[in-house]
Design a protein around this ligand. Structure first.
Ligand code: ZN
Length: 424
């Protein structure tokens, strides 16, 4: 029996009903093991399964076949730094946090994002105490992309590299972990903390946070290379929006940018770096330099603000009013850039063109690498057997056709080819 489905609702409903069934995605190419291969994708109970095992061990075949209409199937995109979108700023719109997060999580599905870290910029302590407990880690689904935990960007940063962070709320860490606890309260829902490694007590705090499974990212900083390396040696694994809010590369004092060429990488230390490839924050030549120096560490982040998905005009980033004009977001009345209005799909497309890289390279920078940077690559950012069945169907120029979470279609672009289901 062939069933043509024309709406995402119908597709979703069908697949939900088949949740414990074996789904075979056909007529597609898939991104697996650093290559695009022509192979079917098999899914059951929200996970990617090894079909050979099913055939041999269970002697069963597919319950449902899904004709992907020639789509490239890639892991769902993961955004580790996003301040909001669709009119919501996570740090500022704190009257109904859950509704705001919900709105963004849902909106991101159209851009192929299946998991993200809601990001709070430097804010007064009451914001953390109110908002953080509500940014609960949760799986994704039709209601929105998964929440991996919050990214706390500040307030423990260098006031001289504050970027769009309000100076009056920037804090020191003189009392060690107590300084963090006073500001953040519980760190239960935290996935990433961006801090400046040159601050007093940074080394101890990096160790403490890392011990608790939190990724420490170095940024908004004046650190020289040795201060950055000390941070990496003590557990930090990420750099926040490379090139932005840190000293420009200098050949005798390369600063945090120099970490991309550090001996520590050859010694086996992980160094990932977020980079905003929106065509505004990072020049294509700088993208090429970063990529050719350390391709395996490159993580695309949008650093998107509330204006993502909205018209130009006045919007909000944390405590600051911002103006969006000519595709740039600036602190109102200044020329200070403050986050992007590009979505992840656009960042991937821009990156691929700027660097002239392969589709695999571009996609892994938004899938595998962010998953590795926060230590979830056993289940996300990959289409390996056993991973979560979170993926995107992509067409020409990597346009998002549809988005799937746990094997369920959660977004379908109305203009793009719709998959066809066939019950066996
Ligand atoms: Zn920043």
């Amino acid at each position: 029996m062939d069933i043509s489905r024309n709406t995402v609702d119908k597709i979703s409903k069908s697949v939900v009903n088949f949740h414990n069934k074996l789904l075979q995605f056909r007529k597609c190419q898939i991104l697996r093991d650093h290559a695009v291969i022509t192979e079917d994708l098999w899914v059951r109970n929200g996970k990617i399964v090894d079909p050979e095992k099913v055939f041999f061990d269970e002697k069963i075949t597919a319950d449902v076949q899904i004709d992907c209409k020639g789509a490239l199937v890639a892991p769902g995109f993961i955004d580790l730094q996003i301040n909001g979108g669709f009119g919501i700023d996570f740090s500022y719109n704190n009257h109904d946090v859950e509704a705001g997060v919900q709105k963004v999580a849902k909106g991101l599905l159209a851009h192929g994002v299946t998991a993200f870290c809601p990001t709070l910029v430097t804010s007064p302590p009451y914001v953390y105490l109110k908002v953080l407990p509500l940014l609960k880690i949760r799986p994704g689904g039709p209601e929105g992309a998964a929440i991996l935990g919050a990214h706390l960007e500040g307030p423990f940063i260098n006031v001289n590299k504050k970027g769009a962070h309000p100076a009056q709320y920037i804090q020191d860490m003189d009392r060690g972990l107590d300084s963090l606890q006073d500001v953040y309260g519980s760190i239960e829902n935290v996935r990433i903390v961006t801090l400046a490694p040159e601050l007093n007590n940074a080394v101890d705090i990096i160790e403490e946070l890392t011990k608790r499974g939190i990724t420490v990212s170095l940024g908004h900083s004046l650190a020289d290379l040795s201060e950055g390396e000390r941070g990496i040696q003590h557990g930090a694994t990420l750099i926040t929006h490379l090139f932005n809010a840190m000293p420009a590369f200098h050949h005798r004092d390369p600063g945090l940018v120099g970490l991309l060429g550090s001996d520590l990488i050859n010694d086996g230390h992980s160094v990932f770096y977020g980079i905003i490839s929106d065509g505004i924050h990072t020049h294509p030549a700088a993208l090429r330099i970063a990529h050719s120096t350390h391709p395996d560490g490159l993580v695309l982040v949008t650093d998107a603000i509330s204006a993502l998905g909205l018209e130009e005009g006045t919007h909000q980033l944390g405590q600051l009013a911002i103006e969006v004009k000519g595709g740039r977001a600036l602190v109102a009345g200044t020329e200070t850039l403050c986050g992007s209005i590009a979505n992840m799909n656009q960042c991937i497309q821009f990156f691929m063109k700027a660097v002239s890289c392969s589709v695999v390279t571009a996609l892994e920078a938004a899938t595998l690498h962010p998953a590795q940077a926060v230590g979830i690559h056993d289940r996300k950012g990959t289409l390996s057997f056993g991973a979560d069945a979170d993926f995107v169907f992509l067409g020409e120029d990597l346009k998002v056709w549809s988005t799937w979470i746990a094997g369920e279609c959660v977004y379908q672009d109305t203009e793009s080819p719709h998959p066809t289901l066939r019950l066996i």
